[in-house]
Design a protein around this ligand. Structure first.
Ligand code: G1P
Length: 297
C-alpha cells in the first residue's frame, strides 16, 4: 500500500508569451475554455484525485490568479438577491478552504524542474502530484484520479503518457521503454525534447505526474538540461538509475494542448460541443460554417 497523495504542485509561473497580447495583463491560466479558467479544470481534477493541499508556484504578474480563488461575497449577495441559484452554486464550487492553497514564488524562470523544486518545503518527504495546466484532459474518470489509482499498485514515479506522431517527439519528454504492459509502461530512461530522429520511442510525457520525494532531492542538484533549463524529466530519469522505478501511464481520455493556439481552439470547440446548454446552437453554427467554407472552395 502506497502513501496517500494529498499534495499537488501547479507550476503557474510561465510568462505565456505564446498568447500575447492577451497574456500582457492576464495570466494564461485564467484564460477560459467556454466559461471556466484553465486553472479551474486543473483544480477540479486534483480534487477528484483526493488532493487537499494545492501549491501554486507563481511569479510576478499572477495576482489575478491568486485572487481568483478568494470567496466573492459581493457577487454572492447579488446572486442571492436575484435568486440565481444555479449561478450561485457555480460560484461556490470555485471556493477553496482557507489555507488549502499555498503560493510560492519562482524568482526567475529556470525551467519546469526548477519551478517544481520551489515547492520543496511544502512537499517535504511525501510523494506528490504535479499538474501542468496547459494540458487539459477530457476524461470520464479524471486523468490524475486514474493515475493515483494505478500508483496504489505500482508506487515509484508515474507520468501520464501518450503516443505522439514521430515528428512531434521533440516537443515532449519521451520515454525509453523497458517493459510495455499496456496501460502501464516501465521506463528505462527519459529524454527531454529529443532532437528529431533521436527519440527512444514516440511515447510522450503529458503534464500529470505522481512523484516520489526523491525527485525533489534530485532537483536539488540543479542539473542543467535541454534548452539550458532545469528539467523535471531529468530529475525523474535520475530516479531510475537510483533504483526507484518510473512508469508511464497511458490514460484514458482526450488531451488538448492548451499551451498552443491551435490546441486551445480545439479544446474550446470540444468543450463547447460537450455542453448541453450550448451544444445545439454551437453545433449548428460549426456545421454551417464548414458548409460555407466548402462551398467557397
Ligand atoms: C513540459 C515537460 C515535457 C512534457 C510536456 C507536456 O514541456 O517539460 O517533458 O512532455 O510539458 O506538455 P513544455 O510543454 O512545458 O515545454
Amino acid at each position: 500500500m502506497q502513501r496517500k497523495i494529498t499534495k499537488a504542485v501547479f507550476p503557474v509561473a510561465g510568462l505565456g508569451t505564446r498568447f500575447l497580447p492577451a497574456t500582457k495583463s492576464i495570466p494564461k491560466e485564467i484564460m477560459t475554455l467556454v466559461d471556466r479558467p484553465l486553472i479551474q479544470y486543473a483544480i477540479d481534477e486534483a480534487r477528484a484525485a483526493g488532493i487537499t493541499e494545492f501549491i501554486f508556484v507563481t511569479s510576478r504578474g499572477k495576482s489575478a490568479l491568486e485572487d481568483y480563488f478568494d470567496d466573492a461575497p459581493e457577487l454572492e449577495s447579488a446572486l442571492k438577491a436575484a435568486n440565481k441559484t444555479a449561478l450561485l452554486e457555480t460560484l461556490q464550487s470555485t471556493y477553496m478552504e482557507s489555507g488549502a492553497i499555498a503560493y510560492v514564488r519562482q524568482n526567475r524562470p529556470q525551467g519546469l524542474g526548477h519551478a517544481v523544486w520551489c515547492a520543496r518545503r511544502q512537499i517535504g518527504e511525501e510523494p506528490f502530484a504535479v499538474i501542468l495546466t496547459d494540458d487539459v484532459i477530457a476524461a470520464e474518470k479524471p486523468c490524475l484520479q486514474q493515475m493515483v489509482e494505478a500508483y496504489t499498485e505500482t508506487g515509484g514515479n508515474m507520468v501520464a503518457a501518450m503516443e505522439v506522431r514521430p515528428e512531434k517527439t521533440s516537443s515532449y519528454g519521451v520515454l525509453d521503454i523497458a517493459e510495455d504492459r499496456g496501460a502501464i509502461v516501465r521506463a528505462k530512461g527519459m529524454v527531454e525534447k529529443p532532437k528529431p530522429g533521436e527519440a527512444p520511442s514516440n511515447l510522450a510525457v503529458i503534464g500529470r505526474y505522481v512523484l516520489a520525494p526523491s525527485v525533489m532531492h534530485n532537483l536539488n542538484r540543479k542539473r542543467i538540461g535541454a534548452g539550458g533549463e532545469i528539467q523535471l524529466t531529468d530529475a525523474i530519469a535520475e530516479d531510475i538509475e537510483a533504483g526507484v522505478p518510473v512508469y508511464g501511464f497511458r490514460f484514458r481520455g482526450q488531451r488538448y494542448d492548451c499551451g498552443s493556439k491551435a490546441g486551445f481552439l480545439q479544446a474550446t470547440v470540444a468543450f463547447g460541443l460537450a455542453r448541453e446548454d450550448l451544444n445545439a446552437e454551437f453545433a449548428q453554427f460549426l456545421h454551417e460554417t464548414m458548409a460555407l467554407r466548402e462551398a467557397a472552395q
